[in-house]
Design a protein around this ligand. Structure first.
Ligand SMILES: *[C@@H]1O[C@H](CO)[C@@H](O)[C@H](O)[C@H]1NC(C)=O
Ligand SMILES: *[C@@H]1O[C@H](CO)[C@@H](O)[C@H](O)[C@H]1NC(C)=O
Ligand SMILES: *[C@@H]1O[C@H](CO)[C@@H](O)[C@H](O)[C@H]1NC(C)=O
Ligand SMILES: *[C@@H]1O[C@H](CO)[C@@H](O)[C@H](O)[C@H]1NC(C)=O
Length: 226
């Protein structure tokens, strides 16, 4: 009877540890820092009584395409020296994302930033993307109605963030074919994506650590003769 109680108690303990760790991991990283940045942009706007922007996965996917092209163009003082031709949006980014061309709207602004390493979204907002008044007024422009964020880090290289704004109507601008299910996203991530981030932040390490702890605890539990 005593051993039974002990084992039950142990089981409960393992479960509690798992839940606690999962909670810590989740609060630190919802899995998609691009979505977090969209929230931060919206909080900054609503604080000024400006309307929230709708998240657009189509814009997000193109933002990721944009920064993937800028690989190798981050200067020593963290400036992005990268100017893709305007036509790339309709000729490269949109087709790569599967944005239905008739739904391609007007891009009313874009912000790109880079940093030698990954930063949490709130720090990235103030230290990488919105570093001056001009950029802040772009974030707070009344013309925008939609937003998309993409980010990517290169191995041992810099981290890039891109924000795209548009004045399109939700669900009728930058529509993704098959709701974006056909996108082959190798690196990075974008807001509104159905796929998890790849090589961004600490999400993976934390999940891995979680597994190690659960298995260690299970081992102790199973090998415990009492
Ligand atoms: C990136 O930098 C290189 C070297 O300065 C330049 O030739 C290239 O055009 C830049 N790429 C873009 C997309 O601007
Ligand atoms: C807001 O964005 C629109 C479209 O890009 C631009 O024409 C306008 O000048 C901007 N307004 C301000 C106050 O910056
Ligand atoms: C909005 O962003 C700017 C620039 O980072 C910052 O100075 C300001 O405090 C932010 N406002 C809110 C309400 O977060
Ligand atoms: C448009 O988007 C809204 C909000 O995401 C959703 O509730 C609505 O069902 C969508 N409408 C259509 C026609 O897809």
């Amino acid at each position: 009877m005593v051993t039974m109680m002990k084992k039950l108690w142990f089981c409960g303990w393992i479960l509690l540890c798992h839940l606690l760790l999962a909670a810590v991991v989740c609060s630190k990283n919802h899995g998609n820092p691009a979505n977090d940045l969209v929230d931060i942009i919206n909080k900054n706007r609503t604080a000024q009584k400006l309307p929230q922007l709708n998240g657009s996965p189509g814009l997000g996917c193109m933002a990721l395409q944009y920064v993937e092209l800028c690989k190798g163009n981050c200067s020593n003082n963290n400036a992005v020296n990268c100017k893709p031709p305007e036509d790339d949006f309709t000729e490269v980014f949109a087709p790569n994302c599967g944005v239905e061309l008739p739904t391609f709207g007007t891009i009313t602004g874009h912000i790109v930033g880079c940093q030698s390493k990954y930063m949490e979204p709130s720090l990235a907002f103030s230290h990488v993307l919105v570093k001056d008044k001009k950029t802040l007024s772009l974030v707070r422009n009344k013309s925008h109605s939609e937003v998309g964020v993409g980010l990517v880090g290169f191995h041992k290289g810099p981290f890039f963030w891109c924000v795209l704004f548009s004045d399109g109507k939700t669900n009728s601008s930058f529509v993704l074919e098959d709701q974006g299910k056909g996108i082959k996203q190798k690196k990075g991530c974008y807001s509104g994506s159905a796929f998890p981030c790849n090589g961004v932040g600490h999400g993976r390490t934390a999940v891995f650590l979680n597994y190690i702890i659960i298995f260690s605890l299970l081992f102790i539990f199973l090998l415990n003769p009492n």
